[in-house]
Write a protein that binds this ligand. Structure first.
Ligand SMILES: Cc1ncc(COP(=O)(O)O)c(C=O)c1O
Length: 365
């Protein structure tokens, strides 16, 4: 049997008819269905990429010393990860690559379970299936999962798709339980800089959560959203020294190497705060405009305290909402893509230009 036969049908194909309907709008589609950056790559990052264009030799899987130092500094400075150590950082070719391959790289297999939230980025399930492990979902991991079988627990705060944030006490409770049962916790923190209201998102490696030790914990940070870096492919992980060492050993053999010019661009991105603040302000403006317009149009927004999405419902099936919005030239993602409990919701991404967001607001009125 092929691997693809084990995997679910690529869900986005099901959106195609609605995409065609939305595209028929006389003023063009407003595509809010995917969270892909649309604003320019910041100049400081482009310059670093260009300056490293002459890179004929093989790059290091472990990353340059400059990159690992920049990542550790970034975690310490902006996320209060006091124990961040350049030795325990590993660059990634974007974080989706890790999510898809981690269970395989950690030698999980049939009989092992991989836990992830009930409403989640679909690739956590894919990663489990690639390894022939069993995907299991949770509302509360401590209450819902069998600690004897779960080998890997994914956290995702702020969450895609709900924008929900887990506070430090909640994270500490989950980490305590996982450590007691020797379950590896991997925290996907790609939206950590995009907190809008309520508690500031916190890293699993923050001393308030982990108590100062990174044992049994890995944090994954993507530059895609923070730095409009999705096209370059750049992310990194940090945490438990033994896990980082094992992943490095395997990834070296497997050729999972971040290109040298991209590593240089990551150093520039991680060292610069101004562009990330500017980008966050853009998203904040778009979020306020879209949220106001959706609420005025009869939607209720749940969670969405952080991340790049509004998790919205009109109390009807998600495909009904998708179809109605497509008629108005607006494409959104059906909540069902993220888990059965999302069936009455749609996910509305903030990733469109100011001009397209204004068009959406007008069409919702
Ligand atoms: C929760 C989550 N994790 C990981 C990713 C992958 O991001 P990238 O591969 O660009 O780092 C995404 C992308 O949207 C995401 O929403």
């Amino acid at each position: 049997m092929s691997i693809s036969a084990r995997l679910p049908v690529f869900p986005w194909d099901r959106l195609e008819p609605y995409k065609a309907a939305a595209a028929a709008h006389p003023d063009g589609v407003v595509d809010l269905s995917v969270g892909t950056p649309v604003d320019p790559v910041p100049e400081v990052i482009r310059q670093a990429l260009t300056a490293a264009a002459d890179s004929p030799g093989y790059p290091l899987t472990y990353g340059t010393a400059a990159l690992r130092a920049a990542a550790a500094d970034y975690l310490r400075t902006w996320h209060g990860v006091a124990g961040a150590d350049p030795r325990h950082i590993l660059p990634l070719i974007g974080s989706k690559e890790l999510v898809g391959w981690l269970p395989t790289l950690l030698d999980l297999r049939e009989g092992d379970q991989v836990g992830y939230p009930q409403l989640a980025y679909p690739t956590y399930e894919i990663g489990a299936l690639m390894a022939r492990a069993e995907p299991v979902t949770y509302d509360d991991p401590v209450a819902d999962l069998d600690p004897a079988r779960v080998k890997l627990l994914w956290l995702n705060s702020p969450s895609n798709p709900t924008g929900r944030v887990l506070g430090a006490p909640e994270l500490r409770r989950i980490v305590g339980w996982a450590r007691e049962h020797r379950i590896l916790v991997v925290s996907d923190e790609c939206y950590i800089e995009l907190g809008w209201e309520g508690e500031e998102p916190v890293s699993v490696l923050h001393p308030d959560v982990c108590g100062g030790s990174h044992d049994g914990l890995v944090a994954v940070h993507s530059l895609s959203k923070r730095s409009n870096f999705a096209g370059y492919r750049g992310a990194f992980l940090a945490g438990d020294p033994a896990v980082v060492a094992e992943l490095l050993a395997v990834r070296k053999h497997a050729g999972m190497i971040v290109p040298q010019p991209v590593q240089a661009a990551m150093v520039a991105a991680l060292g610069d705060r101004a562009h990330a603040v500017e980008q966050k302000e853009r998203y904040a403006r778009r979020r306020t405009a879209l949220r106001t317009a959706l609420e005025a149009a009869g939607f209720r927004i749940e969670h969405s305290e952080a991340s790049l999405y509004l998790w919205a419902t009109r109390g009807e099936g998600c495909w009904e909402t998708v179809a109605d919005l497509a008629k108005r030239g607006i494409l959104v993602a059906p909540g069902e893509f993220y888990g059965p409990t999302g069936a009455a919701f749609v996910r509305v991404a903030l990733t469109a230009t100011d001009e397209r967001i204004a068009a959406a607001v007008e069409r919702l009125a």
